[in-house]
Design a protein around this ligand. Structure first.
Ligand code: ADP
Ligand code: G6P
Length: 457
């Protein structure tokens, strides 16, 4: 029995170094961060879009110690524009995160979405061998389960939706609401991060399709799909080991020595769902209210460029850069600047060194399917405090974090003060409880649990 994983984003992207050597560099984003270790463990085939160097159609990964085969789909310029930037990231992404005002529902991009989904489904069918398990991922590929089902009626097909599932009222703004649900219901097992998302999905199935739901199932036409609420985990031990390695400890000390202040940290893809402007505004309000904190605390924001061909993302970048400039202009003195802004991806080691150096981690999305950064920080930190938005899927599992409403700038500023003043033993106790829970449901339990349930269908 083999495993076929299908996602839009590939786990590693090929880059030519100065010496023309080909290096496969990890992609940045929650889905690939989670699935790469899971597939390294399970072995199998991964089908994804080959963005860079599309002429390479297959490769064994990871490069230094191959564990699975990546098959790369070549998309045309127009397909990328309409399927990826268009329907996936201008319609489904904002709709699912409750940003109706940012959606563009266009028939032309919907058609491209259908066509590209069909190409992914065909690639899966071609790779399929009797008995294989097929696991399709995320909002870019919601029609793929039904399309595969058409060709392989008896295959076991799983689907995981990695982003929030919105309330049915919001979902019904999508002109192709029926088609999307029907596409997903081609799967035997459908996973989401929280019980709320599963419940909202079932309500959408009832209202939009008139499907029957009972317990954790949806009956639609002649088939029954089972739902499972299972939040994704991380490899806790890997983060703990890296965080306590001499290299990372030294790098963390270097960050602390350079800044010479308490450190507030933000790490995100530069996405309007992540609440970065609201976070900066809250820090500004905090400095206004607590002048004694000036020179004693720095907000370090690491933002990796994302989906830059979409207008909303370009606007966000300009807004964030404007805010950083305004806040630094207002508060900078005596060689201290309140905000340090890094606009690029950093390596895993650098990332964990920053988690380790931070006194307070700010994970304040306006809406997030889960948020792995919160979990990575909790696994890596020595004695830091996690401030976490109640609108991140991870909030359900992390009650020991200081939970905030990211829209409430004053509340967020107050949480900053509480975090900076929290006694050491309380910080340690909260982290320990968070870590114990992370270990109980880590990444491998998530992946193996889903695969086993799929195999049993
Ligand atoms: P999303 O899925 O929306 O990208 P998550 O928080 O779930 O958000 O996952 C983001 C992943 O990308 C995490 O594994 C995190 O470590 C990584 N990441 C985010 N920003 C950066 C960055 N600037 N540099 C390196 N890695 C990053
Ligand atoms: C989120 C989505 C993933 C996506 C990732 C990075 O985690 O759920 O499907 O891969 O963001 O975004 P990108 O558009 O660069 O793949």
């Amino acid at each position: 029995m083999g495993l076929i994983v299908i996602s839009n984003r590939e786990p590693y992207a090929p880059k030519r170094g100065e010496d023309f050597d080909l290096r496969w560099v990890p992609s940045i984003g929650g889905l690939t961060a989670a699935l790469d270790p899971a597939l390294q463990h399970a072995g199998g085939t991964w089908i994804a879009w080959g963005e860079e160097l599309p002429e390479i159609s297959e490769v064994d990964l990871p490069q230094d110690a191959p564990r699975y085969r990546l098959k790369r789909l070549r998309l045309s310029e127009a397909e990328v524009r309409d399927f990826y930037y268009g329907f996936s990231n201008r319609a489904l992404w904002p709709m699912s995160h409750y940003f109706i005002g940012r959606t563009k529902y266009q028939t032309a991009t919907w058609r491209a979405y259908v066509n590209v989904n069909r190409r992914f489904a065909e690639a899966a069918v071609e790779s399929y061998r009797e008995g294989d398990l097929i696991w399709v991922h995320d909002y870019q590929l919601a029609l793929v389960p039904r399309m595969i089902r058409g060709a392989l009626p008896h295959a076991r097909i799983g689907f995981f939706w990695h982003i929030p599932w919105p309330s049915a009222e919001v979902f019904r703004t999508l002109p192709w609401d029926r088609e999307l649900l029907d596409g997903m219901l081609g799967a035997d097992l459908i996973g989401m991060h929280t019980h709320d998302y599963v419940r909202y999905f079932q309500i959408a199935c009832e209202r939009v399709l008139g499907a029957e739901t009972e317990g954790d199932t949806v009956r639609w036409q002649d088939r029954v799909s089972r739902m499972v609420a299972r939040p994704i985990g991380i490899e806790v031990e890997t983060f703990e080991e890296l965080a306590t390695s001499p290299e990372v400890e030294e790098a963390a000390d270097r960050i602390r020595r350079t800044l010479q202040t308490q450190i507030l940290l933000g790490v995100d893809r530069l996405d309007y769902t992540k609440g970065i402007p609201e976070r900066l505004e809250a820090f500004d309000a905090f400095l206004d209210r607590h002048p004694e904190a000036r020179g004693r605390v720095t907000l370090l924001q690491i933002a990796v460029p994302s989906r830059e061909r979409v207008e909303s993302y370009r606007q966000l970048r300009a807004q964030v850069e404007g805010l950083v400039g305004r806040i630094n202009g207002k508060h900078t003195r005596d060689g201290w600047s309140p905000v340090q802004y890094i606009y690029r991806g950093v390596s895993r080691e650098e990332l964990v060194a920053h988690y380790r150096a931070a006194d307070v981690m700010l994970v304040t999305p306006l809406r997030d399917g889960l948020n792995l950064v919160a979990k990575e920080f909790a696994a890596s930190s020595r004695d830091g405090v996690l401030i976490l938005s109640r609108f991140a899927g991870a909030a359900d599992e992390m009650p020991e974090a200081l939970q905030v409403n990211p829209y409430n700038v004053d509340g967020l500023a107050a949480a900053l003060l509480e975090a900076l003043q929290m006694p050491l033993d309380e910080k340690k106790a909260r982290l320990q409880r968070l870590r114990e829970r992370l270990k109980q449901s880590d990444l491998h339990a998530w992946a193996e649990g889903f695969i086993q349930e799929l195999a049993a269908t």
